[in-house]
Design a protein around this ligand. Structure first.
Ligand SMILES: Nc1ncnc2c1ncn2[C@@H]1O[C@H](COP(=O)(O)OP(=O)(O)O)[C@@H](O)[C@H]1O
Ligand SMILES: [Mg+2]
Length: 372
């Protein structure tokens, strides 16, 4: 995935990543009619209270001890729900979650200030998420969209995830319309650009990616009230991208780093995933899975949460084969059988075979890998 669009001659069709460009609309929060208006009245776009709208200098003209309705802003259930869901559904990531709470605080206070016509530049919300594959960047970006929606900073809160091939064309004249179409789809939500640094290579003058960068810079500046751009990728390459593209870094207010998970954290992720899919590890399976991860972490292309996801998918497959065979031999199956992942479902992995491990998509695992 890291070599998307790299070293491909312009005339050769580069294949987009299977998942890129996928749009994930956020479910509108359950609420009665008129909620949209309600949100926009109270939140981000909220205008100043009519009493203060015409003041030339609200900073001086409004008495300092005027009380504001902080309780309503802080106690807004949708904002708290979105933040709690982030806490609950994602394990670890303490710093990341802290940063997101900070951003939410800033926006709530900004909203209160705007009610008093205390104008300031609207906060810049474009972000940069750095970290290795599978550390939760895409997942958090999606949550960020929901939170910004709950806060009324974007109209829809959906996530449009793209990479270079979705933005940059192959021929003269193709790039600008392609980029603009992606931006149009993302308006009102979050535009998530994976491995953003592949968009533009300084060493290649004929690269159309430069057009994309110019459009993005323009949109990030002028349409930031209704579009949040999140660029994601490896830290070093992202740093280089920022030094290659003047004006980009200054448009991004929040840099959030996603560290690799420790073994215990990966185990927590595994338990969460297993439970969410209504399975259980037997006690032996849990030990086997930990052993599995210990091995897997040392092998090439280990991808944090994604590798956990893949391993669980394959364990489910092996469990199913085991149960199917047992049923064919006439064994009765119970609910316990259906929900339990046993140690053997994990120990059969090639990771335990020793020697070099060649990724997660090999023999027999193709269907699983395609979904990863
Ligand atoms: N902290 C976490 N808690 C639970 N699941 C996680 C966590 N981090 C990553 N995952 C899972 O790992 C997989 C890969 O995460 P993703 O957000 O796609 O990573 P990235 O975008 O950084 O490559 C997803 O299935 C995601 O749900
Ligand atoms: Mg991702």
């Amino acid at each position: 995935m890291s070599d998307v669009g790299r070293e491909v001659p312009p005339a050769v069709a580069t294949k987009g990543l299977g998942w890129s460009g996928r749009e994930t609309p956020v479910e509108p929060p359950p609420a009665g009619p008129g909620m949209r208006e309600d949100v926009s009245r109270r939140f981000g776009r909220a205008e100043a209270d009519p009493r203060f709208r015409d003041l030339a200098d609200p900073l001086r003209e409004i008495p300092d001890d005027l009380e504001v309705d902080a309780g309503a802003a802080v106690g807004d259930p949708r904002v708290e729900e979105a933040l709690e869901a982030l806490d609950r559904d994602l394990v670890a990531l303490r710093e990341v979650k802290g940063r997101i709470r900070e951003i939410a605080s800033l926006l709530v206070v900004d909203r209160l200030r705007r009610g008093l016509n205390l104008e300031a530049d609207p906060p810049t919300l474009h972000m940069c998420f750095t970290g290795n594959p599978g550390t939760g960047k895409t997942t958090v970006a999606r949550r960020m969209g929901e939170i910004l929606y709950a806060l009324g900073y974007v109209r829809k809160g959906h996530l449009v995830a793209v990479s270079r091939d979705d933005l940059v064309g192959q021929y003269v004249g193709h790039t600008a319309p392609k980029t603009r179409e992606v931006i149009r789809r993302a308006m009102g939500g979050v535009l998530f650009i994976d491995e953003a640094y592949h968009i533009y290579r300084v060493d290649n003058e004929r690269d159309y990616g430069q057009e994309t960068v110019e459009i993005l810079l323009e949109v990030m500046e002028n349409q930031r009230s209704d579009l949040v751009v999140i660029m994601a990728g490896y830290e070093e390459q992202m740093d280089r991208f920022f030094s290659d593209v003047p004006g980009l870094s200054s448009r991004i207010a929040h840099h959030i780093d996603f560290p690799d998970y420790r073994l215990e954290e990966l185990m927590d992720i595994a338990r969460l995933m297993v439970e969410r899919e209504r399975y259980r590890f037997s006690a032996e399976a849990e030990r086997a899975f930990e052993e599995y991860l210990r091995e897997r972490m040392r092998q090439p292309r280990f991808a944090n949460g994604r590798s956990v996801r893949n391993a669980i998918d394959r364990a489910r497959m092996r469990q199913a084969v085991r149960l199917y065979d047992a049923a064919r031999r006439g064994r009765r199956l119970t609910k316990r059988d259906l929900v339990t992942i046993e140690a053997e479902d994990i120990l059969a992995s090639r990771v335990f075979e020793g020697g070099a491990y060649h990724g997660e998509g090999g023999r027999g695992d193709r269907a699983v890998a395609a979904r990863a």
